[in-house]
Design a protein around this ligand. Structure first.
Ligand code: MLC
Ligand code: AMP
Length: 510
C-alpha cells in the first residue's frame, strides 16, 4: 500500500493511495469507466471549490444530490478538505432539509440543480452558500471545478476527527446527527474487506443509494480499501441489475433487492453462477427469502447487521455456515452483549434483551444533543442499539424485534412519531397512531390509524396531500384507517402491537 503521509488517515487509505492509478474504479451502466486516477483528480478539484467557498476543516457540507460519480467524488473531496460530509436522502422535502441544514450548521449546501431554488431561502436564513451538482458534469460546483488543479493539499486530520454526519430519526420525531469519525469508518471498512475477502479483483454491483451507511460506507469504502471496482448504478432497477450481474463478482443489497430479483424468472442459477458473494442488511431478511435464494441460485446470502451509529456490528461467516434468520457473529473488534432493558445487566445466552455494542466502529455521539447521547451511549463505550436480540448456543446473534418505535421500509428507517405529529395537526383529526405492517416488497410499510374529532369526517385524500408537503414520499402512510378509538393499556399508552396484529394482512396479497 502506497501511503504518502498519515496526516489524514481516511483520505490516505481510501483515496490518496489510488492517486495516479489507471485501473477502473467505476463502471457506468452505459459502458464507460472512470479510473481511480480520474476519480481522485475530480475529488481534488472539488476540494478546491469547497475550500474556495470558505470552508475549513471541521465545517459541515450538506449534500442532497442524485447518485452519480461526481456525487461520490464530493464525499472524497470533503475527506480531503477535512470537511464533515452530510449526505441527505434525495426524497427529503424542503421542510425536512431545513431542519438538517439548520441543525448541522452546514456552511455549504450542494443540491441537485432542480432543488437549488427551493433550498435557497433556507440557506439564506442560516447563512449557508448553495452550489449545484447534477448528472454528467452539470451544476455550478463541477463547472467551477473545471478551472481548478487536480491536486489539493490534504487537510491534516486525526483518526478521532469527524468525517461525516448521518442523520437518523428519533423516537421523539426530531432527527439526530450521528457523528462519525475517521476511525469509525476506516476500521469498519478494513474489517469488512478482510472478513468478506474483498480484493482488487472484485467488481461490486452497486445499486444502493449513497446517502446512507450501507451504500456509502459499507459498499464504497470496502471497494476503496480493496482497490476493486464498482458497477455504479443510479438506483436499483430490476432490468439493469439483471443486465449487469454477468460482469459483477459481488453485490450488496437490502432484502427488497433480493425479493425483487427472485420475482423475476430471468434471475437464474446460470445468471449468477460466477458470483462470489451476495450480502444483505439494513432490514431483516426473511428466512424464507434466504432459503428460496439458495434453492434458485445455489448461493447463500450473507446477512450482516449494522446501524448508522455503529457501522457494521455482526456478520454471518464467509466460510462457515450462513444461518438463515440470524445476523451471525460480532465482527472482529466489536464487543456485543445482550442486556436487560430495565436494569442494563448482561443477560445469559439464549435470553432476549437489548443488543449493546462497543468498538472502534461506534460513533462519537449525536451532534448538539448531549442528553440523547448520554441516554444511548454508555460511559463505558457501549451503545444501546434499541434492537432486541439473543445469542444462540452456537454464538449466532438473532434479532427478534425492536425496543424502539421504528418502521423499516425497503431499508429506510421511518419513525412513527414524526408522521403522527403531522397527522395530528390535520383538520378533523383528534389523534393518530402510525404502525408498520408486513409488505411483500418493502418488508414493512406505513399505516396511519386516525381518530376523528367528535362529529368530524376527516378528508383522507387531503390529509395525504398535506403529509406529502412536509414528509418525504417513503414516509407516507400507504393506507389511512379511521377508527373510533385507539387501543390503550391501563397506563393510557397506545397498544401498537394490537394495531399491528389487526392490520397485519392489509398488504398480504399486493
Ligand atoms: C422508494 N419509495 C419508497 C421506498 N423507496 N417507499 C417506501 N419505502 C422505500 N424504501 C417510494 C418511491 O418514491 C415511489 O413513490 C414508490 O415508493 C415506489 O417506488 P419504487 O419504484 O418501487 O421504489 P424504488 O425507487 O425502486 O426504491 C425501492 C428501493 C429503495 C428498495 C430499491 O428504497 C432502496 O434502494 N432502498 C435501500 C435503502 C438503503 O440503502 N438503506 C440503507 C440504510 S443504512 P411513488 O410516488 O412513485 O409512489 C442502514 C444501516 C445498515 O440501515 O445496516 O445498513
Ligand atoms: P439505520 O438507523 O438506518 O442505520 O438502521 C439501523 C437499523 O436497521 C438497526 O437498528 C436494525 O433495527 C436494522 N437492521 C440493520 N440490519 C439488519 C438486519 N440484518 N436484520 C434486522 N435488522 C437490521
Amino acid at each position: 500500500m502506497m501511503v504518502t503521509s498519515m496526516a489524514n488517515p481516511l483520505y490516505d487509505h481510501l483515496f490518496g493511495r489510488h492517486a495516479g492509478n489507471e485501473t477502473p474504479f467505476l463502471h457506468l451502466p452505459g459502458g464507460g469507466t472512470i479510473s481511480y486516477r480520474a476519480f481522485v483528480e475530480t475529488a481534488g478539484r472539488f476540494a478546491h471549490v469547497i475550500a474556495g467557498q470558505g470552508l475549513v476543516p471541521g465545517d459541515r457540507l450538506a449534500a442532497q444530490v442524485e447518485k452519480s460519480p461526481d456525487a461520490l467524488a464530493l464525499y472524497a473531496a470533503c475527506v480531503q478538505a477535512g470537511v464533515v460530509f452530510l449526505p441527505l436522502n434525495t426524497g427529503y422535502t424542503v421542510d425536512e432539509m431545513a431542519y438538517f441544514i439548520e441543525d448541522s450548521g452546514a456552511r455549504l449546501v450542494v443540491a441537485s440543480p432542480d432543488r437549488a431554488d427551493a433550498l435557497a431561502p433556507v440557506a439564506a436564513r442560516t447563512g449557508a452558500s448553495v452550489m449545484t451538482l447534477g448528472s454528467g458534469g452539470s451544476g455550478s460546483l463541477p463547472e467551477a471545478a473545471r478551472a481548478m488543479r487536480p491536486s489539493f493539499p490534504v487537510a491534516a486530520r486525526t483518526e478521532d476527527d469527524l468525517a461525516a454526519f448521518l442523520y437518523t430519526s428519533g423516537t421523539t420525531g426530531r432527527s439526530k446527527g450521528a457523528m462519525l469519525t475517521q476511525k469509525n469508518l476506516l476500521s469498519n471498512a478494513e474489517t469488512l474487506t478482510e472478513v468478506w475477502r474483498f480484493t482488487g479483483e472484485d467488481v461490486l454491483l452497486h445499486a444502493l443509494p449513497i446517502f446512507h451507511t450501507h451504500g456509502l460506507f459499507v459498499a464504497t469504502n470496502v471497494i476503496l480499501v480493496a482497490g476493486g471496482s464498482m458497477i455504479f448504478l443510479p438506483k436499483f432497477d430490476l432490468e439493469t441489475v439483471i443486465a449487469e450481474l454477468p460482469r459483477a463478482t459481488s453485490m450488496m443489497g437490502v432484502p427488497t433487492f433480493y425479493t425483487r430479483l427472485l420475482s423475476d424468472p430471468r434471475f437464474t442459477r446460470d445468471l449468477v453462477a460466477h458470483m462470489r458473494l451476495f450480502t444483505s442488511g439494513s432490514a431483516p431478511l426473511l428466512a424464507d427469502t434466504h432459503v428460496l435464494f439458495e434453492k434458485r441460485t445455489g448461493h447463500r446470502i450473507l446477512e450482516r447487521y449494522g446501524m448508522t451509529e455503529t457501522n457494521m456490528n455482526t456478520s454471518n461467516p464467509y466460510d462457515g455456515e450462513r444461518r438463515a434468520g440470524t445476523v451471525g457473529f460480532p465482527l472482529p473488534g466489536v464487543e456485543l452483549k445482550i442486556t436487560d432493558p430495565d436494569s442494563g445487566k448482561t443477560l445469559p445466552d439464549g435470553e432476549i434483551g437489548v443488543i449493546e455494542v462497543r468498538g472502534s466502529n461506534v460513533f462519537k455521539g449525536y451532534w448538539g444533543m448531549p442528553e440523547k447521547t448520554a441516554a444511548e451511549l454508555r460511559a463505558d463505550g457501549y451503545f444501546i442499539t434499541g434492537d432486541l436480540g439473543l445469542i444462540d448456543a452456537d454464538g449466532y446473534v438473532h434479532i427478534v424485534g425492536r425496543n424502539k418505535d421504528l418502521i423499516i421500509s425497503g431499508g429506510y428507517n421511518i419513525y412513527p412519531k414524526e408522521i403522527e405529529l403531522v397527522l395530528d395537526e390535520q383538520p378533523g383529526v383528534l389523534e393518530s397512531a402510525v404502525v408498520g405492517v408486513p409488505h411483500p416488497d418493502f418488508g414493512e410499510t406505513v399505516v396511519g390509524v386516525l381518530v376523528p374529532q367528535a362529529g368530524e369526517t376527516p378528508d383522507l385524500d387531503a390529509i395525504l396531500t398535506a403529509a406529502g408537503a412536509s414528509l418525504a414520499r417513503f414516509k407516507h402512510p400507504r393506507k389511512l384507517i379511521v377508527v373510533d378509538e385507539l387501543p390503550r393499556n391501563t397506563m393510557g399508552k397506545v397498544q401498537k402491537n394490537i394495531l399491528r396484529d389487526r392490520y397485519q394482512h392489509l398488504f398480504a396479497s399486493t
